[in-house]
Design a protein around this ligand. Structure first.
Ligand code: 5GP
Ligand code: MG
Ligand code: MG
Length: 183
């Protein structure tokens, strides 16, 4: 098999890494202001939130803690399965803590509403959600998302932590895939 550049597989770039990083800086400043004097526990949802967690927390000026969960949402394709399962739980006790869920993308919101319900039962002091990307269908799920990077169209995108079948997470930009990738 020939080694191919990621760029050869892209249809179009939706957001450049510069646009993403500018927006992350805005959100970090907003979070710093909103949580002044408090210490957040940032809960990242693996694997997609790896990039946004890394960039967002480094752009924040205030102290924070970082922990991770892994839950199943999509399988290897692009369709939501509706099946949510905890593959890796937090190592932190969140009781009485100010929690921020850090998500890569919200599509139907199925995954997120399950997660919020699960974390609420552990009685944190507060729980808010930050997502880098959000699709229009998310509007129909009654999930209150406090911080949104970008509202994007209903298209399957990759990059900035988002994968297709495990690949493309390391693409700096956010892009759609060329048809040949799917066939
Ligand atoms: P939801 O439960 O909101 O429908 O789906 C959320 C999860 O589905 C995300 O965390 C992500 O793993 C996956 N997902 C949803 N839309 C996209 C997309 O456009 N691209 C990629 N790579 N993953 C997506
Ligand atoms: Mg996610
Ligand atoms: Mg995925």
């Amino acid at each position: 098999m020939d080694a191919a550049d990621i760029a050869d597989d892209l249809a179009h770039v939706l957001l450049t890494s510069q646009q993403v990083s500018d927006r992350v800086a805005d959100l970090a400043a907003q979070i710093d202001a909103d949580y002044a004097g408090r210490e957040l526990l940032m809960v990242g949802v693996l694997n997609g939130a790896m990039m946004v967690m890394s960039d967002l927390t480094r752009a924040m000026k205030s102290h924070c803690y970082i922990d991770w969960m892994a839950i199943s949402s999509y399988g290897s394709g692009t369709q939501s399965s509706g099946v949510v399962r905890i593959l890796k739980d937090l190592t932190t006790d969140i009781t009485g803590r100010d929690v921020m869920i850090v998500e890569d993308i919200i599509d139907t919101g199925l995954t997120l509403s399950y997660l919020i319900q699960n974390l609420r039962s552990r009685e944190p002091a507060s729980i808010e959600v930050m997502t880098m990307f959000r699709k229009p269908d998310a509007i129909t799920s009654a999930v209150d998302v406090r911080y949104v990077g970008f509202d994007i169209p209903t298209e399957f995108v990759v990059g900035y932590g988002l994968d297709f079948d495990g690949r493309y997470r390391n693409l700096k930009d956010v892009a759609t895939l060329a048809p040949h990738v799917y066939s």
